[in-house]
Ligand binder design. Structure first.
Ligand code: PLP
Length: 346
């Protein structure tokens, strides 16, 4: 891996009460992973430390936007989870605080490299590969064949049958965009995404929404992280998970402390916990299937073996740079989103 309102008296009373509530929190966390894991992590950390935590789940790009908007008066202490290249954006924008947890001594080489790449501002918590999955019942109802490669997804037989997330909000979808650029070259990747967009029924805000929709039978194919698909498949739905034949990209999910965090001691303890075997076990305990970064942490039993997947040499430094992200998103918005005419599944 290269690691590189209108206001009245009643409202005013309510407002002051809610502000008082916010300041009563010992730690404010923005969480980029699945809601179930956000909640189990909050509960485990509160139980271990006695701190009172307020956790809000958002998509990775939305978290970056919020931390940027709050930078003069930070309300968030910790950004936990979500794709690491977006945390690296925050490093480059000077939005994060350096911290080295004692648990860094126990993390796997890919996480050590990520930490070094971030200049000591962000730590790797988990890893997972990108792919797609399909609902075999929906595909057979529509009389279409099973896809096994990225290139298959542009076939007109899948018109209206595919969902992917919007890379402006979703770290999963930004990883998809960056993966395709690395696999195909930039111009070819945009030709591919334009062709793919003709088959897309919806560009969702959240990265896990496409595979959750495929699991519910609301779409045929969802592009997502493979570990998200494994989690959905475990509920007994007819999902088939695909590691695309051309190869694919992967994420390193990260944790970072926000520059100027008000609750610095609690934030440091949260990072320590998130890198510890006990903290990482909250993932499997809430049904998640990412690969934990701590070498002493147990692998979730159903976690996909990413050594069997053909993987691009994902260039985190390049795709985690603000200029590259801004340029790729502008190009995606102008060439793909603006011209997309989402078609619904019949
Ligand atoms: N859910 C899981 C399981 C993930 O691994 C990640 C990425 O770190 C996300 C969600 C990210 O969500 P989004 O694509 O909405 O930013």
């Amino acid at each position: 891996m290269k690691l590189v309102t209108p206001l009245g008296v009643g409202t005013a009373i309510w407002l002051s009460a809610s502000l008082a509530d916010a300041s009563a929190q010992d730690l404010n966390v923005l969480c980029g992973v699945d809601e179930a894991w956000c909640q189990s992590m909050e509960a485990a950390f509160e139980e271990k430390t006695g701190f009172e935590v307020s956790t809000k789940r958002k998509s990775t790009g939305e978290i970056l936007d919020q931390i940027r908007a709050e930078s003069e008066d930070p309300r968030t202490d910790v950004w936990w989870g979500g794709t690491g290249d977006t945390h690296l954006q925050a490093v480059a924008e000077d939005l994060l605080e350096p911290y080295r947890s004692y648990n860094e001594d126990d993390v796997l080489p890919w996480a050590q490299n990520f930490y070094l790449m971030s200049g000591g501002m962000s730590a790797g918590v988990y890893a997972g590969a990108l792919g797609f999955s399909y609902n075999s019942e929906i595909l057979s109802e529509h009389g279409v064949s099973a896809p096994s490669c990225w290139k298959d997804l542009t076939d007109p037989q899948y018109r209206g049958l595919i969902r992917m997330a919007n890379p402006n909000s979703s770290g999963t979808a930004y990883t998809t965009l960056a993966t395709l650029v690395q696999l195909l070259g930039e111009d070819e990747a945009f030709n591919y995404l334009t062709a793919l967009s003709r088959n897309i029924s919806e560009f969702t805000t959240s990265g896990a929404a496409p595979v959750k929709a495929a699991a519910r039978g609301e779409t045929g194919i969802g592009i997502s992280f493979i570990h998200d698909a494994v989690t959905q498949k475990a509920t007994g739905v007819p999902l088939v998970i695909v590691a695309p034949c051309e190869g694919t990209g992967y994420e390193i999910g990260a944790v970072s402390i926000v520059r100027g965090a008000r609750n610095m001691e609690a934030a440091r303890q949260f990072v320590d916990f998130s890198l510890s075997p006990a903290g990482q076990a909250t993932g499997a305990a809430s049904g998640q299937n990412q690969i934990p970064s701590n070498a002493k942490a147990a692998l979730p039993p159903a976690a996909p073996d990413i050594s069997l997947i053909r993987m691009v040499d994902y260039d985190f430094a390049t795709f985690g740079s603000p200029d590259q992200r801004r340029r790729l998103l502008e190009r995606f918005n102008g060439e793909v989103l603006q011209n997309a005419e989402p078609v619904t599944m019949n």
